[in-house]
Design a protein around this ligand. Sequence first.
Ligand code: HEM
Length: 317
Amino acid sequence: MEKPIILTGLDAWEVIASRDYNTFSMADVYRSLAGRTGIDFSAAIDLMDRLPVFLSGDVHKATRRSMAQSYAATREKQQSNVEAAITKVIDDLAASSGTVDVLKRISDPIWIAIEEAVMSDFEVRCDPDLVNSIPDLFIPELSIRRRKRINDQISAFIDTMPPDEKENILHALSFLVLGVRPLSYSIALSFSRLAKQNDGIKLSEIDYPSSFEDSALRFVDRIATKDVMVGGCPHAAGTRLRNISFDDSYTREDNEKYLFGAGAHLCLGRPISLYIWGRLSSGLKAIPKRIRPGTVKLSAREPFLMVSACNVILADD
Ligand code: HEM
């Protein structure tokens, strides 16, 4: 696979919002891998064929519509679960001093609240570890052995699905697979950044931005469907363009505008994510504790900026 061409700023945003490009087909990667190795990746392919970020044209439209319907069906439950989870998170933070593990104490409970709501209509239960590990399948350097292991776990889960529910359950699973890392890690990265920017300031005195301060998903890829000119440069049909959607060199307004993508693939988790950010920041506004930055460990595992540790420190006056 050739290295993608990197586009930034206006060029990137133009491509992201345009309908003249296809997405990269992850299912085709697994079809080709299965062909080359003789290994059965049919469960991974079954799922990748339903992930809207890897679909284009009419198939994308139809899949996105079905997924949006299944999202709408549990929307109220997601909101009430999240509301209850954030109330607990805020109470926990208000009673805490010292090091706070942001992933464990803030991101995880909020994510579990969404996951339980999205899966609440189904009798089958999905192991949360499976949802968390499926996005590893997007990593270009992942070993074949690990790919196969995740494929087999998806396959075992598919086997538990009643046939008449399979389509709906796969939509729900797809929604979760695309949400888990961006949401959990963007919460952690945003917290860590707020702590650095407001070192020693009381949570109640911070001027919270209206959206996430940082993002775990900073680019989206598109494939040119014909020869194109972007920013005065020609790109041949078939070129993979990597569009930097979020970057420290951009203004806060631009980062906020493109945080969730744009155009046909605009994030379906945007409403619940913004609701979470709003609820979290208004809850923090009521806590008179001082915040300091703590240890953060990051690693870039395409396409995500992964957070393996993220601490902030809370102190009483
Ligand atoms: C701060 C949190 C989040 C960020 C920064 C984020 C970012 C993005 C971005 C940039 C895209 C566009 C991808 C593209 O154009 O190829 C996207 C798509 C998507 N996101 Fe999110 N996302 C977040 C949270 C969520 C959550 C919580 C969910 C679901 C639980 C979710 C579900 C989706 C889905 C289903 C799509 C695919 C839309 C399509 O291709 O039609 N996201 N997200």
